[in-house]
Write a protein of this length. Sequence first.
Length: 255
Amino acid sequence: MEEQGYIEIRVTNRDNSLTPKDVDINEVKDFISDVETFLYPNRNEKKNRPHISYDIEEGSAKHKFFLPITAVILFNGLTSEIKNRSNLDFLDYKRQSIIDKFQKRAYKEGYRIEFNNSMSKVSTLVIDESTDFQMIAPLYFESEFYLYGEIYQEGGKNPNIHISTNKHGNITVSATKEQIASGDKKTYKAYGIKVRGKKNLSDKSLSDLVLLDFIQYKPIFNKSLLDKVIDKASENLDKIKDVDVWLNNIKAEGI
């Protein structure tokens, strides 16, 4: 079994009167969710993360997380680097947003938030009303996209396909020889393609696209089929508590 350690987030208020009993369950839920996302920002990492247990202790309010030492090392390194650099530039967008949430919490509630762990005898990071960690807006985000249109060229020395779409114009997508050669010839036929790449947040343009799969595209509207799919999905859609979080986790566009 891997060596275990802990992460501690100690919260004090202006008059040092805060106790665990003063912390609402919604705030506890936020702390747990934020620490999980800070350590494991994407869906696959969360799915495969190790067991984490939680406790809240006296000493103002200490939110304590018990987990494998490798996660403690990651937490120690990231928080120490934030302190050393005094900025968030090197972090991915999700981790930046977590620190930004702590910063806003400190401003709003008058909190002093200390980040501690079992590897360090001193706080690796402190956030309070005097700190000013600013998020750096990303230029693009990476995701999976669905594109539909007519493939007008495929092949080349560096294999790729060219597809003409109504939404994004002519798009070039990197592919493998095996992907292009498999199945029927696709040139001058309507297709859908699933790709991975980057989308610019300012002009919405796509770049660095890599082909994942071809999709047979039959643009025929079938209302009865659509109604059946909606009815089938409605039961599960009603169970979604936070639609925004659910949509963010889908990580695909164009479908």
